[in-house]
Design a protein around this ligand. Structure first.
Ligand code: ZN
Length: 230
């Protein structure tokens, strides 16, 4: 089946356009394949319909990102949006969580800007109900073909730090068949309802028996100190 047929079939499973799509769960092979790069396979109307459906699905979940493989479409396409962060509190937030406007990215790539890493709890709509502590580059430079709301496509490169950088890495990794939990600190995979008691990461180290660089974090810290290079 070609990509257009698969997209039409997926969208046709809904009874209405504002109905969310089904998000596949870990174990579904769609999450483990390598998504195909965008080469213009879908006509602009079908791409618009697919993107709209992904945004509806992300907001309904609710989540802060969704990659096409999560709805069974093997295409390098992600949507990101975090309206939940409070910009007033971003300064004091250890996660550097700032609001992220809606972005629709085709063929996204990222590279680390330096050696700094942040460790924190992360979940995935395709591993519903579970979380683990995932190390992420604190700052990344990403490039993609960005689709604007009016449907125009343009090459974009941006530098993001903190929480937005984490979302970008999570969604882009889906396109290579990687789930966040594949990258987790060993033994940190827990039901979401338990993460509250381990919001301070040294508590997780203590009660879950975690090892490695996470043990160097002090109370309230989430960023690994990287020695200055000489
Ligand atoms: Zn995910």
């Amino acid at each position: 089946m070609d990509l257009s047929e698969l997209v039409v079939k997926t969208l046709d499973r809904r009874s209405r356009a504002d109905e969310p799509l089904r998000i596949v769960q870990a174990g579904h092979p769609a999450l483990r394949g390598r998504a195909r790069p965008w080469t213009g396979q879908l006509d602009p109307e079908l791409l618009a319909e697919l993107v709209d459906a992904m945004v509806v699905t992300m907001r309904d979940a609710p989540g802060v990102g969704l990659a096409a493989p999560q709805i069974g479409i093997p295409l390098q396409l992600v949507v990101l949006e975090d309206p939940f962060a409070d910009p007033e509190e971003a300064e004091d937030d250890v996660l550097r969580r700032t609001p992220v406007e809606l972005h629709t990215l085709l063929n996204p790539r990222y590279e680390a800007l330096d050696a700094r890493r942040a460790l924190y709890w992360e979940g995935c709509l395709s591993v519903d109900g579970w979380q683990s502590i995932v190390p992420r580059h604190l700052a990344v430079r990403w490039s993609a073909i960005e689709r604007a709301a009016d449907g125009t496509l343009a090459e974009t490169t941006q530098e993001w730090t903190g929480w937005p950088a984490r979302i970008l890495q999570h969604e882009t990794d889906h396109l290579a068949g990687t789930l966040c939990h594949d990258l987790a600190v060993p033994r940190s995979f827990v039901l979401s309802r338990y993460t509250e008691r381990y919001a301070d990461l040294p508590e997780a180290v203590r009660w879950l028996g975690l090892e490695g660089e996470i043990t160097t974090l002090r109370s309230g810290e989430v960023e690994i100190k990287v020695p200055a290079s000489r």
